[in-house]
Design a protein around this ligand. Sequence first.
Ligand SMILES: [Zn+2]
Length: 390
Amino acid sequence: MSPIASAADDGSRLAQEVPGNSDSRMLKSRSLAIYVSVWILAVFLAETAWAQQRPAASDPAVPPAPGDMSRLAEGVYVRIVSPDSDAVGNAGVVILESGVLVFDTHFTPEAGDALMSRIKSLTPLPVRLIINSHFHPDHTHGNQAFAGARMIVGSSNTRRDMLQEDIPALNQVQTIALAQVEQLSREIAKEPNAKLQEALRAQLGARQAFLRRMSALKILPPVMTLDDSLNIMDGGREVRLLCLGDGHTDGDIVMVLPEAKIAFLGDLFFNGALPNVEDACVLDWMKTLKEVLKLDVRTYVPGHGPVGTKSDVELFLNYFEELKGLVGPAVKRGDTLEQVVSDLRLPARYSTFGFRNFFAANLQKMYAELKALEVPVPAKAGVKKRGVPR
Ligand SMILES: [Zn+2]
């Protein structure tokens, strides 16, 4: 675990949301692409039934949790979000003796506020700890709703990416939105046609609303970071935060509640859905999922989709293995990426998965990684030749 980072650079100046389609043509950076893809992902989810499933309370005798929270064990809750909401990513809540721990905070401050209001109906205890599973905005942009928590925990790489990717990207989006507002204002002023002027005013109103949301959003990166593991002991409960390896990003952490045998996996686990591999190393992800499967847990909370079992995680890993099995021979044959994308089809057993539009991107990522392994590494005298390390 690294030392506690300075809270002074908590990125409080930031913010943004999902850029509109007109923005997407202008946005070049990887992080901006993430915002777009997260939004596409949310829309796609809205068309799938799987994400609507809700986890059952572990004990039917226990009253249901308020609102859209579900109880997994005593003091342990999950909010599996509606795909067409502004929350996008799932969130977990653990009520400790001295306060509340929140695992991921949804996509917007408003969604974070909604989570906070549900926590208030569960317990009078204050929120003490925020855990960010990784840097993606659908897991971190609700952080500001818990500003009183003061302590945000994540991996060193999550902090790095929020500071170096997220904040600059959102500043860029803010600048673009401001320029659009100014441009539309000028066009309205010189437009003689009343109908066209009305249409422009509608556009202006939408862009102004977007700009207001961006301006109100604050990026709050972790102020306590870990690179290996961190155990939190509070009252009778133990919480383990683990860096099990690269995967969905190079900064994913997993939260394990050993007594309840529950693991919150963030986006290392898409349950019943194809994964977003935008920032992933899929070959490392497969290794990390094997580490996940070694955990002594029974309940696996994904970043997207319903609460799952070990067999759900195994199926998700199996998807990667089948993907590798499809792409590997094509790479060996020397097929081009275009051939791979046009020739290969999603195996039928995943035909009910959500996010099926990610399949082409999944193929591309696997192709790129397997292709990189084919590049010969110059052998040095006396050094055993190995594959290309990552
Ligand atoms: Zn993610």
